[in-house]
Design a protein around this ligand. Structure first.
Ligand code: NAP
Length: 292
């Protein structure tokens, strides 16, 4: 299995043998070609080589279009970037093949580097509905098939709980390469982290900045002041220093640039511990723990 070079961006090796950049641009709420183009331009310029989209973000086509237009500007090719997208919860189950192929054709970039089941539940089914496990299994089988065809280079899951992960690991033919979940100092997810380590699944963080709300946390601010970094850089570094890939979202070119300056400093053990001590199980996004 060959590895993909992402020259300017530090990477983690996935269980497929392929590499994934540790830093990616989140794109939730980036809408319309103009905004997506501007953010992708700033990100490529700042050294980002990964981009995180999803069917529900309704920006896959714009992301593909922006990349096709901008890669030559930076002397880059398709192989130099890592694109993630996700199956919408409305397509969980029998519509998974159609949903994944729709993402693939919207992006129009030959292949998708990483495709995730976005959410363990199915849109429209009540929480706790017993059809959920069957739908998840059907979705995973479709992703495995498209992985076999080379359309999805890596496949994975998002928002899975430890119970969902155990069930998937018992039944899959291809193990998930990545689990993408909410992760920041107020939600440290120790059980999921150690399960991923045990299973050889890459644990990836979303909402590292708590959707912006953690940027004004007093401990974050104090650590940032001590190490003369921005609060966002501190929060991203806290994850990276634990080996966890991050996906900060910004639509602002200057913040996109500053958020990428996270590989040239180290947080002390004391600062890491102070941040980790904020863990209180607080979520800024959806809570999957009640999905059957
Ligand atoms: P986030 O990255 O934690 O925070 C984004 C917010 O912080 C935006 O409002 C942004 O505003 C602001 N921000 C970013 N950098 C900043 C800086 N340096 N200074 C001040 N404000 C800053 O939130 P997120 O979008 O929820 O998560 C990141 C990505 O993870 C998403 O975009 C998406 O790709 C992924 N995600 C996945 C899931 C899932 O279910 N799998 C769920 C949530 C998120 P501006 O844009 O104005 O800068």
């Amino acid at each position: 299995m060959s590895s993909t070079p992402f020259s300017s961006s530090p990477c983690v090796a996935l269980n497929t043998g392929l590499q994934m950049p540790l830093l990616g641009l989140g794109t939730y709420k980036l809408c319309g070609l103009q905004d997506v183009h501007r953010a992708v331009d700033a990100a490529l310029c700042a050294g980002y080589r990964a981009f995180d989209s999803a069917a529900v973000y309704r920006n896959e086509a714009e992301l593909g279009k922006a990349l096709r237009a901008l890669l030559p500007k930076y002397g880059l090719t398709r192989e130099d970037v890592f694109i993630t997208s996700k199956l919408g919860p409305k397509d969980q189950g029998e519509k998974a093949m159609e949903g994944a192929l729709h993402s693939w054709s919207q992006l129009d970039l030959d292949y998708i580097d990483l495709y995730l089941i976005h959410w363990p539940g199915t849109q429209g089914l009540p929480v706790g509905d017993e059809r959920n496990p069957g739908n998840r299994a059907q979705s995973w089988a479709s992703l495995e098939e498209l992985h076999g065809q080379g359309k999805l280079r890596n496949i994975g899951v998002s928002n899975y709980t430890p119970a969902h992960m155990r069930a998937l690991m018992q039944s899959c033919k291809v193990p998930p390469a990545v689990l993408q979940v909410e992760f920041h100092p107020r939600l440290c997810q120790p059980e999921l982290m150690s399960l991923c380590k045990q299973y050889g699944v890459c644990f990836q963080a979303y909402s590292s900045l708590g959707k912006g709300e953690l940027l004004s946390d007093p401990v974050t601010l104090d650590v940032a002041k001590n190490c003369e970094r921005t609060p966002a850089q501190v929060l991203l570094r806290w994850a990276l220093q634990q080996g966890v890939p991050v996906l900060p979202k910004s639509s602002n070119p200057e913040r996109i640039q500053r958020n990428a300056e996270v590989f040239d400093f180290t947080l002390s053990d004391t600062d890491m511990d102070r941040l980790s001590a904020l863990d209180c199980g607080q979520r800024f996004c959806w809570d999957p723990s009640e999905v059957a």
